[in-house]
Design a protein around this ligand. Structure first.
Ligand SMILES: [Zn+2]
Ligand SMILES: [Zn+2]
Length: 296
């Protein structure tokens, strides 16, 4: 009888000044290779951002060793394993989240300098309850918000995080500069940067959610201020909170681009590589027509 070993995925990031990112990259690569982990890790002068998967004991050793250098780093444990990643990729880049503003972000031993105030999920609800002016600002790509977002959220017109600076500088959002703004993203890392970029541009009262949508959804399911599904960057493409899409409080936001039927399923347009669009489709329409609305 074979005993199946338990596998896990670790998700983590830490903003911390790194004097020699390339040395950290080599150390992380050797560490993961020695432990047989697969995944993606990015190191920059401002910190580390990674997802690795493998046997649970290897993950534990990885977390312990990584914590010796990145003190206070928090690991989120998730289901999955090495096979969820094609290989191990460890890179040193200009930024750990690619906003195209490597010179603007300031990081010290406590993390990002001048970022938005951190809120727990409970504090998010309190702030909204006590202040009718609060605005939710989506810190993700517009596509992700097609299947789920905070109630009445402002969704900027961005395809990649690189577009945020152009959007913020456009003047479109100047009306919210004196209002309380809660920026949010999947796990919190993008808003660490985005909220500081907003404050640098004159947004006066900016917040971010500790642990992002994931932690909020784990706390409130479909009974809070979150509506719909959460876009995720793995094979599943989306996930639901609480009682899932069957929950009577679940709000259906996504619709098939071809027939309008309710769906949360994203597909890659079959017109690759010319078209790199991910679009929403019901399985029936996908069978008949594997193209996005533009290419169909
Ligand atoms: Zn359809
Ligand atoms: Zn297309």
């Amino acid at each position: 009888m074979s005993v199946a070993s338990v596998n896990k995925i670790l998700l983590y990031y830490k903003f911390q000044p790194i004097a020699d990112p390339d040395a950290v990259r080599l150390w992380q690569r050797d560490l993961c290779e020695g432990l047989g982990l697969h995944g993606r890790i990015i190191v920059s002068k401002d910190g580390i951002n990674g997802t690795v998967g493998g046997p649970i004991d290897a993950c534990k050793t990885y977390a312990k060793k990584t914590r010796e250098y990145f003190r206070g780093i928090e690991f989120k444990w998730s289901e999955g394993g090495r096979e969820d990643f094609p290989k191990l990729s460890v890179k040193a880049r200009e930024e750990i989240v690619s906003f195209g503003a490597p010179g603007e972000l300031k990081v010290d031993e406590h993390g990002v300098v001048g970022g938005g105030k951190h809120l727990t999920p409970e504090e998010v609800n309190d702030l909204v309850e006590n202040n009718p002016d609060v605005v939710f600002f989506d810190g993700r790509n517009a596509r992700e918000a097609e299947i789920g977002k905070f109630k009445n959220a402002v969704v900027p017109d961005v395809e990649t995080t690189h577009d945020f600076i152009r959007e913020l500088d456009s003047g479109k959002y100047d009306w919210m500069k004196d209002k309380p703004v809660i920026s949010y993203c999947t796990g919190g890392i993008r808003c660490e940067v985005l909220s500081s970029l907003m404050i640098n541009r004159g947004f006066e009262d900016v917040y971010q959610i500790d642990g992002g949508i994931v932690r909020y959804g784990e706390k409130y399911g479909n009974s809070g201020l979150w509506e719909g599904s959460l876009y995720v960057f793995d094979k599943r493409m989306h996930t639901e909170f609480g009682g899932g899409a069957e929950d009577p409080n679940y709000v259906q936001l996504g619709h098939c681009v071809h027939c309008g039927e309710a769906t949360n399923r994203f597909y890659n347009c079959a017109n690759e590589p010319e078209c790199r669009v991910q679009y929403l489709s019901c399985p029936e329409c996908r069978e008949r027509n594997p193209y996005c609305g533009e290419c169909a």
